[in-house]
Design a protein around this ligand. Structure first.
Ligand SMILES: NC(=O)c1ccc[n+]([C@@H]2O[C@H](COP(=O)([O-])OP(=O)(O)OC[C@H]3O[C@@H](n4cnc5c(N)ncnc54)[C@H](O)[C@@H]3O)[C@@H](O)[C@H]2O)c1
Ligand SMILES: [Zn+2]
Length: 403
């Protein structure tokens, strides 16, 4: 839905009215082994607007990826050599620390900017970032502010980044202890989703990203949810075909929301892709980040499914079905911090609602479920119902020992 704005004033003596739009085209390529010398996709992506040129490119790679794939820098060099008519590497591959720590270190963005300057990256050359959502966020931010924005290509290397953050239009780093406080809306030049990278992910990371697939199926696509139910055992076991299907369908739904949801740069208040996230963001912090983002999202998704039933929006039993799917994927849907008490002995997780409202800038808009596959926006959350939903999670999963 288009956010509502006051009508622009008619041009007059005092106001010179101008209005323009900028069209973005952002290809997302699905492939395997993007750096095989004869794989055309990356080369073609770089050449989209200027096919006859030789394109300079600096490559930033997540240290976790480099550790898991020690031959990656060599493969990239061989790829560039084989495609030297079109691709020129601007120096060696740059290792960037992976994980959330890279978004917390103010010196890291400065270091990335220094490399962009040292390697003479200009507005016609490219910064390619290979990594998880955190490292892509930091590299994307540096690329977006250097020269007011240089061409940025993402190669997301986690399930979460391939099915959600990497195909989005945002980047950010944390600042003054606040998550994503500095960042831009800045669509990348293109995205290469390479299934090879999913193969080296630790099991925990692989699973965490699936929560975003379940989330987007729940708000937009019942058939996708049914497919996830069907494939749950294969997904939990890490079968490549099932994972590839989850990633592709989830990425397509995220992309559709951005392109056709009416608010790609989040100027209004609705955030349908943040279903389950008001509690998730709070739980991540309450757990001292023992819960990863995806693990917290799984809990938030189950909590808001039960809440939707308690609010009379979702049919009884559908919450249990959602819970069952998440459990089958291997998520634990309980954390003791769900019972933590904050100010005035209220449940600490409830602060997540106020923080979500503050993030939106005033008006609360939370997505709940009207059905599996159909999100619905509400403008208030009832504390007593949240407590009931937490009690439900505790009965179902609270007694199970940690995996
Ligand atoms: N920009 C957005 O729109 C958006 C949306 C959602 C989430 N995010 C951000 O994404 C981040 C979370 O991303 P994530 O879940 O991808 O985790 P992550 O980036 O923290 O990566 C997790 C770990 O996996 C390692 N790793 C990455 N790829 C690997 C591979 N192929 N093989 C082996 N190890 C690998 C990393 O080094 C890291 O240690 C958060 O910072 C979150 O804020 C951004
Ligand atoms: Zn998320």
């Amino acid at each position: 839905m288009q956010p509502a704005y006051a009508q622009p004033r008619a041009a007059g003596d005092d106001w010179l009215q101008q209005s323009f739009s900028v069209e973005y085209t952002m290809p997302v390529v699905f492939t395997r082994d993007a750096f095989a010398p004869d794989n055309p996709h990356l080369r073609d992506l770089l050449a989209l607007r200027e096919p006859a040129r030789r394109h300079r490119m600096v490559v930033f790679a997540d240290s976790g990826v480099l550790a898991a794939q020690p031959d990656l820098a060599r493969r990239i060099a061989a790829y560039a050599h084989a495609n030297r008519e079109n691709v020129e590497l601007a120096g060696d591959v740059v290792a960037v620390p992976g994980g959330e720590a890279c978004k917390n270190d103010p010196a890291l963005v400065q270091g990335l900017l220094q490399i962009l300057a040292d390697r003479a990256i200009d507005r016609h050359s490219y910064a390619l970032a290979i990594g998880g959502g955190a490292m892509l966020d930091a590299a994307g931010y540096a690329a977006a502010i250097f020269h007011r924005g240089v061409r940025h290509v993402r190669l997301p290397s986690t399930v979460l980044a391939q099915c959600d953050s990497g195909v989005g239009v945002k980047n950010a780093v944390n600042w003054h202890g606040q998550k994503n406080l500095l960042g831009t809306f800045s669509p990348p030049w293109g995205v290469v989703n390479d299934s090879l990278f999913i193969g080296t992910l630790p099991e925990r990371e692989r699973r965490a990203g699936m929560a975003e697939g379940v989330k987007v199926a729940l708000i937009r696509d019942r058939a996708f949810f049914l497919a996830l139910e069907r494939d749950a055992a294969a997904l939990a076991a890490g079968h490549a075909d099932a994972l590839a299907d989850l990633i592709r369908r989830s990425a397509a739904l995220h992309m559709r929301q951005i392109a056709h949801g009416g608010d790609p740069f989040e100027r209004g208040s609705a955030r349908p892709l943040d279903y389950g996230h008001w509690a998730a963001h709070k739980l991540e912090r309450l757990s001292g980040h023992a819960l990863s983002h995806g693990e917290a999202v799984a809990i938030g998704v189950a909590l808001d499914a039960r809440y939707s039933v308690l609010a009379g929006l979702l049919a009884e039993g559908e919450d249990l079905r959602i819970h069952r799917l998440l459990r089958a994927l291997g998520f634990r849907l309980w954390h003791p911090q769900l019972l933590a008490r904050g100010d005035h002995a209220a449940l600490a997780v409830l602060d997540g609602v106020a923080e979500f409202r503050a993030h939106l800038g005033g008006d609360l808009s939370v997505t709940l479920l009207a059905a599996i596959g159909q999100g619905i926006e509400v403008d208030r959350i009832d504390n007593a119902r949240v407590a009931q939903a937490i009690a439900w999670l505790q009965v179902l999963d609270g007694a199970r020992p940690c995996a």
